[in-house]
Design a protein. Structure first.
Length: 573
C-alpha cells in the first residue's frame, strides 16, 4: 500500500513539473528547487530603492535605479539574457530576409495591457516610432547609434521603419543589412491607445501602463512607488504580491537604508566591499559583470609612440603593467581582467573569469617588457635604472587621470611604479588635489578639465573609465571617424582597421563570420596597441535573506529574476 501511495505521489510531481514548463522563447528561468527547504509561497512585499525621478517614462530617464525598476512594469520587444544574447520577449516568431534588410515579427497572442486592452502591432510601431524623437544626448539614442557604428552616418529617422500587416504581424525594414538588427529592437513597448509617438510624455504626466509582471498602483511624492502583481501577465506569474520603490537621495543612503532593514534589496554603492556581508546571516549578495571598463589610452599621435620604436614602446608598456595587482589591490578582485574591448558574459562564470581576447594576448611580464625595449636599442647608459636611446634620451611618459577618483589615482601610482621598473621614465602628469577641501563645483571642473585634455590629445598616457554599450561596438574606440567626436581617445587611425570594423556592423558579400572578423580586428589591435584595457568592473545586488531563491541580476536588468523569488510565510507582512 505504501508503495502505491509513493507511486501516485511521484506521478503527481512529474505531472506538475511538466505543467510548469515555459513556452519556448520566454525569459523566465525555471528555478532550481534542489536547495529549497520549503515550497514557494505567494504574497509578501519587497522594498527596493529609487532615486527621485522626473518621469516614469523609461525611454527618457538616465536614472539607473528607476530604469531597472521600470522593467517590472514594461516589457521590451526583445531583451538580453544572462549570456548577453538578444532573445524574444513579446515575440512568438521572427525571421530575417536573405538580404538582411527585413525582419518579420509575429507577436505573442493574448498579451494584455495593465488596463485590459490587447497588445497589438500598433503599440509596437508607435513605440518604435517614438525612438525617432529622442535627443542625441539620450542614452537610448546613443544605444541605437552604437548598433549602427561610427563607420556609418546614423540617421535616427531613416535607419529602420516599421510596417504593420495585421494586429500580430509587423516588418522592420532597415536601410542597411545591420549585424545588430535584433539589438535595435530592444526597447520598451508603450500603449498606443493612450499615447502617440510624437506626444509621448517625458514628465510626470506619463502614466506607467505596461504589459509586465507588475502593474503600477500608486505614487506618493518623495515617498514611494507601489507596484502590485499583474494577474493577467502573459508568462510565469511572480510569487511576491507587492513591490515598493522607496525614494532615496543617493546610493549611500540606499546602503544605509538596506543595512537598517528599511530596504530588502539594493545595489552596491560602488565600494566593491560587499564581501564584508559574507558572515552576516541577514544579508546575501549576488554578483554580476558590468559594462564599465577601466582602460589606459596611449596617444598614438605623439612621436614617442610612432614608428617601429614607438610600437615597441607601446608593447613594452602593455607587457609592463601589472593588471593582477590593480585588480587585487584597487578593486578587491571585484572585476574581470581583460586585454580586449569586448564586455564579459553578464553573469560571472568562474572565480578566474577572463574576457575574450580575439588574438594574441599579452600577459604581464616585466622581464619581457625590458627585452622588448632593449631589442629596439634602448639601454641603461648611466646605471640609474632608466633606459636611454643612442642619443641618451629617456622614454618620458606622463601619466594622466582624474586625481579626485581615488581608484584611478591609485592605479596611476601603480602604473608609474610598473613602468619605472622596466626602465621608462614615467611620472604623474597632474596635481593631486585634497578631496576633503574640494567643493562640488571644483570637483566637476576638475573632471571637465581632464576630459577636455584627453579629448584634445593633451596627454601621453591616460587612465579613465568608459561604460561600453551592451552592443559590441568596436567602431566607437577604434574607427578613425571617432577621433575628436567620439571615444577614440588614442587618436588611432588605420584604413585596414576601419574596413574590418565596418564589416562587423553591416553585412557584406564577405563570407567571414563575425567571430572571424573579430579575430582579424584583434590581430590588428594587438599589433598596434592603441589602448591597454585593464578590467571590467563587477557589481552586486545585496539581498535580505528573507527573500528565497536567486534574483540572477545582470547589468541591463538588476531585478531579472524577481518572478522566481518568494518570501517565507512567517516573514510576510
Amino acid at each position: 500500500m505504501k508503495r502505491r501511495y509513493l507511486f501516485i505521489a511521484l506521478a503527481l510531481i512529474m505531472m506538475l513539473t511538466a505543467c510548469s514548463k515555459e513556452p519556448e522563447g520566454n525569459e523566465y528561468v525555471e528555478m532550481d528547487k534542489s536547495n529549497l527547504s520549503v515550497a514557494p509561497k505567494e504574497g509578501g512585499e519587497i522594498i527596493v530603492p529609487i532615486k527621485n525621478i522626473e518621469t516614469m517614462n523609461p525611454l527618457h530617464t538616465s536614472n539607473n535605479y528607476y530604469y531597472n525598476f521600470s522593467k517590472l512594469i514594461f516589457d521590451e520587444l526583445f531583451q538580453y539574457d544572462d549570456e548577453g544574447k538578444v532573445t524574444p520577449n513579446l515575440v512568438e516568431y521572427y525571421n530575417l530576409s536573405p538580404d538582411g534588410l527585413i525582419l518579420s515579427v509575429t507577436l505573442k497572442e493574448d498579451v494584455k495591457w495593465h488596463d485590459g486592452a490587447e497588445l497589438t502591432t500598433e503599440d509596437v510601431k508607435m513605440s518604435f516610432d517614438a525612438l525617432k524623437y529622442l535627443e542625441p544626448s539620450n542614452p537610448n539614442y546613443k544605444y541605437l547609434e552604437s548598433c549602427v557604428g561610427n563607420g556609418f552616418e546614423f540617421d535616427i529617422n531613416e535607419f529602420a521603419k516599421a510596417k504593420i500587416f495585421d494586429k500580430r504581424n509587423i516588418d522592420f525594414i532597415f536601410d542597411k543589412p545591420y549585424v545588430n538588427h535584433l539589438e535595435m529592437l530592444v526597447f520598451p513597448v508603450f500603449p498606443s491607445h493612450l499615447y502617440s509617438a510624437a506626444a509621448l510624455p517625458t514628465d510626470d504626466k506619463f502614466l506607467p501602463i505596461g504589459t509586465g509582471p507588475y502593474k503600477f498602483e500608486e505614487k506618493e511624492a518623495n515617498q514611494f512607488i507601489k507596484l502590485v502583481k499583474n494577474p493577467e501577465y502573459h508568462s510565469k506569474q511572480p510569487f511576491v504580491e507587492t513591490i515598493i520603490g522607496k525614494f532615496i537621495d543617493d546610493s549611500e543612503q540606499a546602503i544605509i537604508s538596506f543595512e537598517t532593514g528599511q530596504l530588502n534589496v539594493t545595489k552596491d554603492n560602488g565600494s566593491f566591499g560587499w564581501s564584508k556581508f559574507e558572515s552576516n546571516t541577514r544579508i546575501k549578495f549576488e554578483e554580476f559583470n558590468t559594462t564599465e571598463l577601466e582602460i589606459v589610452a596611449l596617444n598614438t599621435s605623439k612621436s614617442k609612440f610612432q614608428g617601429e620604436v614607438g610600437r615597441a614602446v607601446r608593447k613594452a608598456i602593455t607587457e609592463g603593467i601589472n593588471k593582477p595587482r590593480i585588480l587585487n589591490r584597487v578593486y578587491l578582485d571585484k572585476g574581470v581582467e581583460t586585454s580586449f574591448l569586448i564586455k564579459p558574459n553578464p553573469r560571472p562564470q568562474s572565480d578566474s573569469q577572463k574576457t575574450e581576447t580575439y588574438g594574441e594576448r599579452l600577459y604581464y611580464s616585466d622581464e619581457r617588457a625590458k627585452e622588448t625595449l632593449t631589442d629596439v636599442g634602448f639601454i641603461d647608459i648611466n646605471n640609474d635604472g632608466l633606459l636611454e636611446d643612442e642619443l641618451g634620451n629617456t622614454i618620458d611618459i606622463g601619466v594622466k587621470t582624474n586625481s579626485l577618483n581615488k581608484n584611478r589615482l591609485l592605479t596611476a601610482e601603480f602604473i608609474v611604479e610598473d613602468l619605472r621598473a622596466i626602465g621608462i621614465n614615467a611620472y604623474l602628469d597632474f596635481e593631486i588635489l585634497n578631496v576633503a577641501k574640494i567643493t562640488k563645483t571644483e570637483e566637476e571642473n576638475e573632471f571637465i578639465s581632464f576630459k577636455n585634455q584627453i579629448q584634445s590629445g593633451d596627454y601621453d598616457l591616460a587612465i579613465y573609465g568608459i561604460n561600453v554599450s551592451e552592443v559590441v561596438d568596436l567602431t566607437s574606440m577604434l574607427h578613425s571617424n571617432s577621433i575628436g567626436n567620439g571615444m577614440n581617445i588614442a587618436r588611432y587611425s588605420d584604413p585596414e582597421m576601419d574596413l574590418l570594423l565596418e564589416k562587423t556592423k553591416v553585412r557584406s558579400d564577405d563570407e567571414k563570420t563575425l567571430q572571424e572578423l573579430y579575430e582579424e580586428v584583434g590581430a590588428l589591435f594587438y599589433r598596434d596597441l592603441p589602448y591597454i584595457p585593464l578590467l571590467f568592473k563587477m557589481d552586486a545586488i545585496l539581498i535580505d535573506t528573507k527573500i528565497q531563491n536567486d534574483i540572477n541580476p545582470i547589468n541591463s536588468n538588476w531585478y531579472r529574476g524577481f518572478r522566481n523569488v518568494f518570501i517565507l510565510k512567517h516573514e510576510q507582512k
